[in-house]
Design a protein around this ligand. Sequence first.
Ligand code: AMP
Ligand code: MG
Length: 520
Amino acid sequence: MDFKLNNHFSQKLPADPNTENSRRQVTEGFYSFVTPKKTSKPQLLHVSEEMREELGLSQSDVQSDAFLNLMTGNSLLPETKPYAMLYGGHQFGNWAGQLGDGRAINLFETEGKTGHWVLQLKGAGETPYSRSADGLAVLRSSIREYLMSEAMYHLSVPTTRALSLALTGDPVLRDVMYDGNPAYEKGAVVCRVAESFLRFGNYQIFTARNDIKGLQQLVDYTIEAHFPHLGKPSKDVYLQFFYEVTRRTLDLMIHWQRVGFVHGVMNTDNMSILGLTIDYGPYGWLEGFDWGWTPNTTDRQHKRYRYGNQPNIGLWNLYQLANALYPLVDESEGFEEILDRYKSGYAVKSLEMMADKLGLQNAGEADLKLIADLEECLQLTETDMTIFFRKLGDFKKDASVNGFDLIADAFYNAEELTEAVKTQWNAWFSAYAKRIQNQNLTDEARSAAMNRVNPKYVLRNYMAQLAIDAADEGDYRLIDELYELLKKPYDEQPENEKWFAKRPEWARDKVGCSMLSCSS
Ligand code: AMP
Ligand code: MG
């Protein structure tokens, strides 16, 4: 195993001088050195081929004991000093103080074929930031994070990546639904990979503690390491940096809305400074199109992190980041202007995104009604978002295919398809046909363009759950099958048609399928 080590985060920024692995407030440094916990019977379950190649590892590398031991925290590369990062965050709208990597340990940084990467173990034992928890992760949530990280990458949604999924051999106690019924589950570790794991909360904690020198050191490092094109730090460059973060965050929100991904816990400690999807916990995929849906049971009451609210929360989180960066600029005007641009940018980009999903050329204000009418139709009765948009690609502009029949597979409740529902859909399809007749694009070309933005295969919650249930019984084949399927989410893959289907009825109210908790 030949990594091209380049530990710039830990070389450029000072560590917590206390090297004891005890739970505490860390008031000096940006991270704490910590050694992963040894595991009793590590077993590798899966390795991402794409990530393996990117990191310059061979097949035999990843089959070696050395790799297994490295990926499960049982051994370290020589001359590397793993560490957990210090950060704070707003959780569900409230400032929570110090959080930090309570169960994530960065192993080292390395140069891959196309970029710079940090390798991080999630679930490798406690750190100074573990608070009252154990620093471990269970197989169930690790499978979800592993599969989804790589699937998001193949969907072209910015994301942290995953290199490996392994069992630790150690049992972990969890109360899945927080109802006083804890049980032992299999422990697991995912090796996550990203250019950086810095979050909004990494900056917030310094401002909250009024450590402006620390804040500046971290921001200067971030610009130099990850936004070098912005040049030498200055007040103006700090604002440009903030603008870049808002731009990337907005892009990410638009991507999530496009594919129907609901993160579930958009706390500021789960917001990547690079605009990546980070921390896959109780996330979920929209099945029936519903602005109000949240997969997270902890969020059931207020639905702060519901599908339709994600772009707003992205903005709310950016306000918190602006507050954190404010002391470096000392003027609010620049920040306000940038935050306003997020709002106007959202209007433009969400229109573009919806136009792409509908195959509309030269979309403009005039199309807003068509889009709003569609969103209304989609909510008349439970209508599967993924199936609807994918099937819509087969609509013909001469309306020779009946639109309502074309999308029949997307409806969950046949008995709710009343005459009134049909009439509303038919009206929408007439308007849609008229709109696409007015553009110079063949049906084939429109369909091909739509199929590049409307995925056919996503990791529906029940699919992940099937893989989890099988893995619990020691059968890991479905993990690999789904991993392969999700490499080409926009391709037809006729051999995999069975995964292009609505959520089965048994999964409607099942834990893990429609209800997910933060317990992981
Ligand atoms: P999350 O909302 O899952 O992103 O986690 C919020 C905070 O709780 C972060 O600081 C995590 O590191 C920490 N945390 C979550 N689960 C555990 C665990 N099992 N052990 C230690 N810390 C945890
Ligand atoms: Mg987190």
